[in-house]
Design a binder for this molecule. Structure first.
Ligand code: ADP
Length: 505
């Protein structure tokens, strides 16, 4: 109960209340003790008396320069009677000459202690008995110094507190305690309920169920709920991906293995004896083993990308050079397939290099995969075109083909692991395994870039004639990579040489 949010909140409110009320009470007591309003009134009276004395009006009956102490004492006593103010007079050399109440009160000090004070305001002096005096200093022209003083009014603070202040104060306090209790219940409910639901959802998630939690409560709790929902979505996706991976890997290994086993068996038991048939069987075994090898290499790449253990080099790369080398690598294959393979550099002035920072081998792997797919899906007589342009701080590379294109609903899915469209599953011995684009996307993203696929659009008139709006004119893969901030500076440094190595056709 003491650890509950509800109790802690209430305790906090009570402590804040107690602190605020004590501070208010203390301020009130200090105010009453200092009593500035009464002091101000008295100071005003002293100022008037001081003005009267300074002007030496008729009734003052004091001649300037009078120094007879008896006469002076009599004068100040009479004035005290008339004005109700204690008057003390000092001579020019500081000696005490007269004091209207010297007989029954502790004396004012012998030495004037106010010589250097600002004379234009009332001050406080405490005498030997502890009485506080409010006094005003009046220097006269002949050197005498008069002091008009009155005892400070004391306010009966304790009585005032007990009778006037504490009762309403206590009523307010009890009201505030009740309000704070209600607030604590309300606020703790507001915070704790969504947290409890979150805890329940977390328990359900650990048991394999992934419920969504509602976003409610304060912003901070909402943020936790949002993060939780995001986490469960990812967890679900990763579980699904793991299941799919196992299923796909076993399926994709089973087919070539069966084929290898079958042909090897036929070779062993002498079912195939013709040299051409033996050659064909060996070729099938080789192709399938090659496919399995590629798949295992791809899986290794993906595993390293997932684990973050793939080390990406970070060196300046001239994309012109890198793309030219990739295109060159596929030139013979294109020629054999009767495909027109072109590399076009957009509106890029002169021979200026287009520099990005990254890993040349990995980027070559991305473009090799795109070119490999483009050539694979483009029929003889078609075209594959690679183009490079710069858009503000980005380098954009298109790999466009004139193949069958990709159905709109599959455009995003082709980047998923093991995703293959039906057309490509039937692809014979050049069949892939559906990992190339997944790897390409990971690599591009690791370079701070993006990759997307689109279908090439027809001219509007062609669309109407053929009725094929979405597919049929081939597709285009666009890779965007952030340009290095100072291309000229980078260009002056040595750009790395591209070694076309990955995915040799
Ligand atoms: P694969 O090893 O099967 O080529 P990818 O990940 O490279 O795997 O490609 C995934 C799927 O995307 C392919 O199976 C194919 O269906 C589709 N695809 C990729 N490139 C093209 C293209 N240029 N034209 C049509 N479909 C393509």
């Amino acid at each position: 109960m003491f650890a509950s949010l509800h109790f802690r909140l209430w305790l906090t409110y009570l402590l804040i209340l107690a602190a605020a009320m004590s501070a208010a009470l203390l301020a009130m007591i200090v105010y009453l003790l200092r009593n500035p309003a009464v002091d101000r009134q008295e100071a005003q009276r002293l100022r008037l008396v001081a003005a009267l004395i300074a002007r030496r009006t008729q009734w003052l009956e004091v001649q300037p320069g009078i120094n007879n102490p008896e006469r002076l004492n009599e004068v100040v006593r009479r004035m005290d009677n008339a004005l109700g103010v204690r008057l003390v007079v000092y001579g020019a050399s500081g000696q005490l000459l007269a004091d209207s109440r010297a007989e029954f009160l502790p004396p004012f000090p012998q030495q004037p202690f106010f010589e250097r004070l600002n004379l234009n305001r009332a001050r406080i002096w405490r005498d030997a008995e502890g009485t506080q005096w409010l006094y005003w200093v009046i220097p006269l022209e002949d050197g005498q110094i008069w002091v008009a003083a009155t005892p400070r009014q004391r306010v009966p603070v304790l009585n005032l507190l007990r009778d006037e202040i504490l009762p309403p104060f206590l009523r307010a306090l009890s009201f505030a305690v009740v309000i704070s209790l209600l607030m604590a219940v309300f606020v703790s409910h507001w915070i704790a309920s969504p947290l409890q639901r979150l805890a329940q959802a977390a328990r359900a998630a650990s048991a394999g169920d992934f419920p969504k939690v509602d976003l409610e409560g304060p912003n901070e709790v909402r943020a936790v709920a949002e993060a939780f929902n995001e986490m469960t979505t990812r967890l679900q996706a990763s579980q699904r991906a793991q299941r799919d991976l196992v299923a796909n890997v076993s399926h994709d290994l089973k087919t070539p293995l069966t084929s290898i086993q079958g042909f090897a068996q036929a070779l062993l038991d002498g079912t195939v004896q013709e040299p051409t048939a033996i050659q064909q069987a060996a070729q099938v075994i080789y192709d399938e083993a090659d496919r399995m090898h590629r798949m295992v290499m791809d899986l290794l790449d993906l595993a390293r990308l997932d684990a973050g253990t793939m080390n990406f080099e970070r060196a300046p790369i001239d994309l012109r050079e890198l793309l030219a080398a990739s295109v060159k690598k596929y030139a013979i294959q294109a020629l054999q397939s009767q495909i027109d393979l072109k590399f076009e550099i957009g509106d890029l002035a002169g021979e200026a290099p287009i520099i990005v920072v990254g890993d040349a081998d990995r980027l070559t792997q991305v473009f090799s995969n795109l070119l490999d797919n483009a050539l694979k899906f483009t029929p003889p007589g078609g075209q594959v075109q690679v183009s490079l342009r710069s858009q503000e701080s980005w380098a954009e590379i298109d790999v466009a083909d004139s193949g069958p294109g990709i159905a709109p609903q599959e455009l995003e899915r082709i980047f998923e692991r093991f995703y293959q469209t039906d057309k490509s599953r039937r692809g014979g011995n050049r069949r892939g395994v559906g990992l190339g684009l997944a790897i390409a996307r990971e690599i591009v993203q690791a370079h701070g870039g993006t990759i997307r696929a689109d279908n090439r659009r027809m001219a509007a008139s062609d669309e109407l004639e053929s009725g094929e709006a979405e597919t049929g004119r081939g597709c285009v893969f666009t890779v965007r990579l952030p340009l290095s901030p100072a291309p000229q500076e980078m260009a002056r440094r040595k750009t790395i040489t591209v070694h076309p190595s990955e995915k040799a056709p």
